[in-house]
Design a protein around this ligand. Structure first.
Ligand SMILES: [Zn+2]
Length: 594
């Protein structure tokens, strides 16, 4: 592996690679001079310029070891920060009665150990990141007593906000008034509120917010890669200027998927990538994951620079804090995989030209009033069947072309569809738990089974604005489930390209974008460019893109920032190109001179 150190240093303004060393690895790998020298030299060659040393992970490394490693790395020019991983260990804290790793936070022995870890971290470091175990699902007698009559999720959130302040932030800052404390969220955004993550309070409470982008291999863990982007951008909507970088790992990833996570992180605006975790063999010369990442390093830096401080544009996708998706859990990920560019928001998108409102939006008590205003403005709105069921408002349902009973419950699997009169087949079966039941909306697409044809995508157009509805069942968690990630195959991903195209065409219209391409390509347009495409597919794909002059001005060319290849519009004004499997193509926009 060539030495990436100088390159990494020269690109620090664009992107930084960092590594996290878990507490056990601090002792095992950095406990002696030879180990420390080896780690320092491997990290240097891999372009890593910052190291996070974990002071606690159910286990305390020797303070002297932490100090020696910190000083040696600093002397060699590394930025060094601390980490705390709030898990139970042997003789360290009381484990949560349910779930692996997590703590019972009501137990005095847990509280004592976390406060001790935070004090140690503050004493040693000016910056401390808290790994994503700041949650619990303990149902012990003590927790039950402390909960009182609160719902479990609410109890956990209030408890974690209070204890994060008393046991982590305050002790760390008392030990070191200069210390900044970072909260790192996992990637499972649709389940945060159930297990103690309070996305309203914590981003204010901590100095910085970090987002997990560890989606891993979708064929192994069934999480779609777009989830990384959505999670990071949604947390950014909550944290604002206090949003920090991204964190991912190589668990259950091929080198290809590892690199995919890096691109999703950078597209989401991350300027620092923490790689989990440090092991000598992971950074050894030629180790496949790092070799793949470094092959893309300059491109990642170029992309980070191109999107830096640019606003993403797209369909505003509303997930209020603490909202559940019911049987549409994580539905945002699938829209993203269908090439619908989403702008995640945590507040109702009151001034947008295109919005996506799934079941989650019903969590907002003001939803109906907001939606009425938005429709008045003539925005295109895509609602899911799950949301229509919750609207219970005749006037709003009528705006979508529906009556009192917007859906019919069903349990059907289909891979054949009709879009208009044309037949379309998907790559696999999609599971529908509701058929749409429009009263006057136009049926854009229907699912076709052996004995039935039922609407799955409808539109009601008024003054050029589309009010769309889609049946988008993903998965549902059992009421008392302790699961956090998607964790099972979601058949919605197989929705036929023809249906996806019909949906995308309508929601992108107000953005002045016409886009013809198959599914499994992420699309990330930024104001003023670049327009970025990322293929998640296994096949090359033909992409046709047209930009309306009223929205984009007169565009004369699109240039791929990576390859410098310049695309000219064809006679109809459209840009045509082929996207290779797994390719990332950021296209900068050249406007014609007036
Ligand atoms: Zn407990």
């Amino acid at each position: 592996m060539p030495n990436f150190h100088d390159l990494a240093v020269s690109r620090l303004a664009d992107l930084r690679l960092s590594v996290f060393v878990p507490a056990q690895a601090v002792s095992r790998l950095l406990g002696d001079a030879a180990g420390r020298r080896k780690a320092a030299s491997l990290l240097r060659a891999a372009g890593v310029t910052k190291v996070y040393l974990d002071v606690f992970r159910g286990y305390f490394p020797d303070e002297g070891t932490l100090q020696t490693a910190r000083d040696m790395l600093r002397d060699l020019g590394y930025a060094v920060a601390g980490g705390i991983t709030t898990v139970a260990g042997k003789g360290c804290g009381k484990p949560s009665s349910r779930g692996a790793h997590w703590l019972c936070w009501s137990a005095p022995e847990s509280q004592e150990v976390i406060a001790r870890a935070a004090t140690l971290a503050g004493r040693l470091f000016d910056q401390v990141i808290v790994d994503d175990f700041l949650c619990t699902m303990c149902r012990c007698e003590r927790c039950e007593g402390e909960r009182g009559d609160r719902e479990w999720g609410r109890f956990y959130r209030e408890q974690m906000v209070d204890l994060a302040r008393r046991l982590i932030i305050e002790p760390a800052k008392k030990a070191n008034p200069r210390a900044t404390v970072i909260i790192k969220y996992p990637q499972w955004y649709d389940r945060f509120h159930r297990f103690g993550y309070d996305v309203r309070e914590q981003p204010r409470q901590f100095d910085l917010t970090w987002a997990g982008t560890e989606t891993r291999d979708p064929e192994v863990e069934y999480v779609q890669p777009y989830q990384a982007y959505f999670n990071h951008r949604w947390l950014r909507a909550l944290a604002g200027e206090r949003m920090g970088g991204a964190w991912f790992d190589r668990i259950n990833t091929s080198p290809e998927v590892f690199v995919q996570q890096a691109y999703q992180s950078v597209l989401a605006g991350a300027k620092e990538l923490i790689l989990f975790d440090y092991r000598h063999e992971f950074f050894a010369p030629g180790a496949p994951h790092m070799a793949a990442l470094l092959e893309h390093f300059e491109r990642l830096c170029d992309l980070a620079r191109a999107v830096s401080r640019r606003s993403p544009i797209g369909v505003h996708a509303y997930k209020p804090p603490d909202s559940d998706g019911d049987d549409e859990a994580y539905v945002f990920d699938y829209l993203g995989m269908f090439g619908v560019p989403l702008v995640p928001c945590s507040e109702f998108p009151a001034a947008t030209c295109a919005a996506f409102l799934p079941r989650h939006a019903a969590h907002d008590p003001q939803l109906r009033a907001h939606l009425r205003d938005l429709l008045k403005q003539g925005a295109a709105v895509l609602a899911t069947g799950g949301l229509l069921e919750r609207l219970a408002d005749a006037q709003l349902l009528a705006a979508f072309g529906y009556g009192k009973h917007p859906t019919c419950e069903c349990d059907r699997w289909a891979f054949r569809f009709r879009v208009g009169a044309a037949p379309h087949s998907g790559p696999g079966f999609v599971h529908f738990t509701r058929a749409l039941n429009p009263s006057k909306a136009e049926v854009l697409a229907s699912a076709v089974t052996a004995d039935e044809v039922f609407p799955v995508l409808t539109a009601c157009d008024e003054g050029g604005a589309s009010r769309l509805a889609v049946s988008a069942h993903t998965m549902r968690y059992a009421p008392d489930s302790d699961r956090v990630t998607v964790g099972e195959p979601v058949p919605l991903i197989h929705l036929a390209d023809g249906v996806v195209q019909a949906l995308r065409a309508r929601v992108l219209k107000p953005l002045g974008i016409e886009l013809d391409m198959p599914s499994l390509i992420g699309f990330y347009p930024f104001e003023g460019g670049p327009l970025v495409f990322q293929s998640f597919g296994r096949r090359a794909a033909e992409v046709t893109l047209a930009l309306a002059q009223r929205r984009w001005g007169k565009v004369s060319a699109l240039t791929n920032i990576f390859t410098r290849r310049r695309l000219r519009p064809d006679a109809s004004g459209a840009y045509k190109f082929t996207l290779a499997p797994q390719e990332v193509a950021p296209l900068s926009i050249t406007s014609a001179r007036r």
